[in-house]
Design a protein around this ligand. Structure first.
Ligand code: BG6
Length: 300
């Protein structure tokens, strides 16, 4: 078994940790508790990090796994109960915690794996415009796969409704040559076609800008990448919705920290709780969103 290693590194303005365990390497930033990259030895990266990534305070890094919380995307597109908690006029996309430092509660080795625990507690670090009491813990376990757990606890006397996502950027050989299994038969909202609800027939591939919210998603989704001979599996619990996103040519030019051609080598599957799948918590209640990422070699 290979040895584990934990190294603290400063990337421009951000404090990060580079972790090695079980023939794989992970880079994670304190800001946003954001995983930046993940690669298994002798394989291309599994999680994509932009070559133009900027490591600045207050700005989510392009790539990795941004944590979107306590809402996903455009707040105005969220159910009324999610919108109701926010009191400022301008709501940032993807919630309030991507660009803030989380607390690192600990790094521990266990059976050759490394566990990291991050926390964000709105009672200790109030979120302007969002006067709710909630604590969120993000647990990362780097072993022979990568296991993530986002747990939210409502610490107030009132019910709390939130949307959220683990906004994972995946590295692929060429997005035009891959497809995603597990979504066949699911309903989806096509945000690029007036938020129409449609039904997915065959396993979706990519032939243009894609920005869809899938509903009633199964526990396993897989990215099939024949050119790299790899299948990436996403196994989740506590989530019945997912976003499939690729910006394609025109939107790529408008994105920050994103080279014009980079859309070809990435796609996002965002393991989420959206629309009818939002999280509703009574006082003290907790919700766990868990995601396990693993890969498998496929025949050439
Ligand atoms: O640029 P941001 O705020 O990180 O968002 C990136 C993308 O995130 C996706 O989740 C959205 O569906 C896209 O519409 C959006 O462009």
């Amino acid at each position: 078994m290979s040895k584990t290693q934990v190294e603290r590194v400063e990337l421009d303005q951000l404090t990060c940790w580079r972790i090695r365990a079980q023939r794989s390497e992970l880079l994670v930033a304190q800001q946003g508790a954001q995983i930046l990259s993940y690669q298994q030895d002798d394989q291309p990266p599994l999680i994509w990090l932009s070559p133009d990534a900027a490591y600045r305070h207050g700005q989510s890094v392009r790539g990795g796994v941004p944590v979107c919380w306590p809402w996903f995307g455009d707040l105005r597109r969220n159910p009324e109960a999610v919108q109701a908690h926010y009191q400022h006029a301008e709501a940032p996309a993807h919630g309030l915690v991507r660009g803030l430092d989380w607390q690192l509660l600990g790094i521990a080795e266990e059976d050759g794996a490394v566990n990291l625990r991050f926390a964000f507690d709105s009672r200790e670090q109030p979120l302007p415009g969002w006067p709710r009491d909630a604590a969120v813990h993000f647990d990362i376990r780097l072993g022979d796969d990568l296991q993530l757990r986002l747990e939210t606890q409502n610490r107030s006397d009132h019910p709390l409704t939130l949307s959220q996502a683990l906004h994972t950027y995946f590295a692929v050989s060429d997005v035009r040559q891959v497809h995603v299994e597990g979504l066949q038969g699911c309903r989806y909202i096509d945000t690029l076609q007036d938020w129409q609800e449609l039904r997915q027939e065959a396993a979706p591939g990519f032939a243009g800008e894609t920005d869809r919210i899938y509903l009633d998603t199964p526990a396993r989704l897989s990215i099939v990448d024949p050119a790299w001979g790899r299948r990436i599996h996403l196994d989740s619990t506590g989530s019945r919705s997912a976003v499939l996103w690729n910006p394609w040519v025109d939107k790529a030019r408008r994105l920050s920290q994103f080279p014009d051609e980079a859309w070809q080598n990435m796609l996002c599957i965002e393991t989420a709780n959206l629309l009818e799948d939002v999280v509703q918590l009574e006082s003290d209640e907790r919700h766990r969103l868990q995601l396990r990422l693993s890969s498998e070699a496929t025949a050439p």
